[in-house]
Design a protein around this ligand. Structure first.
Ligand SMILES: N[C@@H](CCC(=O)N[C@@H](CS)C(=O)NCC(=O)O)C(=O)O
Length: 405
């Protein structure tokens, strides 16, 4: 039986730190996939507030009902379940030093690095000055660790402790995005320590293939549309009537019985499996709408899962002109360097092109029409975001996704 439930995401650094601590004690934790977004519906629910009053992740709920938020507290609680653990040090001074470094990683490293890479990953808005300032602060703060590890093999004492597992976990995203080859060659102590820690069996069991990026990711500004030049009005000519905005071809199909906005609201506000899907099947009319599996053609070119997720985000942004005619959920499955994207969309009408060709990159995707009866499970799985995808018997766990609504 699992020792308890952990609310978080498999690629979230604070979540990883606790999963590794649990693994190192042979404790089973059931991961309840919960977005790192305190504004998400579930995170704001009264039920989740009992575990995490601010709606953040990670949060813990023991089999015995004990609830805990705050990553450090959860990590210490999970680790201390083993009376004989060496991960909390030998002496009171060791223990206090471990807490010092847990706190350092949690409040001096992770927030600075997050402020640097999150805008580059497209997770937060980009502001050049802020990113530059926070990257400087991050580098200064990790410099303290570099100095410490130049004189010490591990963070506290002569062997691995929770401080090592926790700090390395909190740095996984920094190494995957900004602590590139050049930085690593100038910071050999942190690099040596990080590669040692991520190769320990409990760490490997949680993060199978940690990424060490070759070259730091860069901000790529969204492409600006060229504005058509304003023509100078000619004096003599009477003003020409404004050309009518071209109509979307799907407008010709008229008003459907299933109002898309209503379904989108239902999907956003209700539990997908127990409430939204039954409502959907009751109202779905295959004469009005069709369902499509959408897959990226070049999955072998996908590298990091967050990049694949950004790709989906970009595709959906470019579908804007068809927003009145499309609903869909599209996700990344797998792990870094072995991932794929897949989604199921509902579109007005029976042909995919009028809905999707508003996105200039539509040709990079395969579109397969689904049968609302035979493919019902696939449709529900894709919209519920709670199951893996299996290809040739191999499991690709759900990682992240975007809903077009
Ligand atoms: N002090 C908390 C911070 C938790 C936290 O900020 N979690 C982030 C993800 S790592 C989160 O849920 N952010 C979502 C939000 O703030 O909306 C801890 O140490 O656990």
């Amino acid at each position: 039986m699992a020792f308890g439930k952990l609310y978080g995401l498999p690629d979230n650094p604070r979540t990883i730190s606790i999963l590794v601590a649990a693994k190192s004690n042979g404790l089973d934790l059931e991961l309840v996939k919960t977005e790192a977004d305190s504004n998400a519906e579930f995170n704001r629910s009264a039920e989740y507030a009992k575990l995490s009053p601010l709606g953040k992740v990670p949060a813990f709920e023991g089999e015995n009902g004990f609830a805990l938020s705050e990553a450090i507290a959860i990590a210490v609680y999970v680790t201390s379940q083993n009376e004989k653990t060496t991960l909390l040090g030998k002496t009171k001074q060791d223990y206090a030093s471990i807490l010092r470094w847990l706190s350092y990683a949690n409040s001096e490293l992770l927030p600075r690095f997050g402020g640097w890479y999150r805008p580059l990953m497209g997770k937060d808005p980009y502001n050049k000055k802020n990113v530059e300032e926070t990257s400087k602060a991050a580098l200064k703060n990790i410099g303290v660790l570099e100095k410490h590890l130049t004189a010490n093999t591990f963070i506290v004492g002569e062997r691995i402790t929770l401080a090592d597992f926790f700090t390395a976990a909190l740095l996984t995203r920094a190494f995957a995005t900004v602590l590139d080859k050049n930085w690593r060659s100038n910071n050999p102590a942190v690099t040596r320590w990080f590669t040692t820690v991520i190769n320990q069996p409990p760490f490997k069991a949680v993060v199978e293939n940690p990424v060490l990026i070759e070259q730091a990711i860069q901000y790529t500004p969204p492409k600006k549309e060229d504005k058509p030049k304003k023509e100078q009005p000619k004096e003599e000519k009477p003003a020409e009537p404004k050309p009518e905005k071209p109509k979307h071809p799907l407008e010709a199909l008229g008003k459907p019985k299933l109002a898309l906005d209503e379904w989108k609201r239902f999907y956003s506000n209700e539990d997908t499996r127990s409430a939204a899907m039954p409502w959907f099947w009751e109202h779905f009319d295959p004469e009005e709408w069709s369902l499509w599996r959408v897959q990226f053609k070049y999955n072998n070119e996908l590298k990091l899962t967050f990049m694949a997720n950004n790709l989906i985000g970009g595709f959906q942004t470019r579908l804007e002109a068809s927003r009145k005619y499309i609903f869909g959920a599209h996700s990344v499955y797998g792990v870094n360097y072995d991932c794929l994207t897949r989604g199921v969309y509902m579109i007005r009408g029976q042909e995919h092109l009028p809905a999707f060709d508003v996105a200039p990159d539509w040709e990079s995707y395969d579109f397969t029409k689904l049968d609302p009866v035979k493919d019902r499970k696939e449709i529900e799985d894709m919209w519920a975001w709670d199951t893996s995808v299996f290809i040739d018997g191999k499991e690709y766990p759900w990682v992240d996704g975007h809903v077009f609504k």
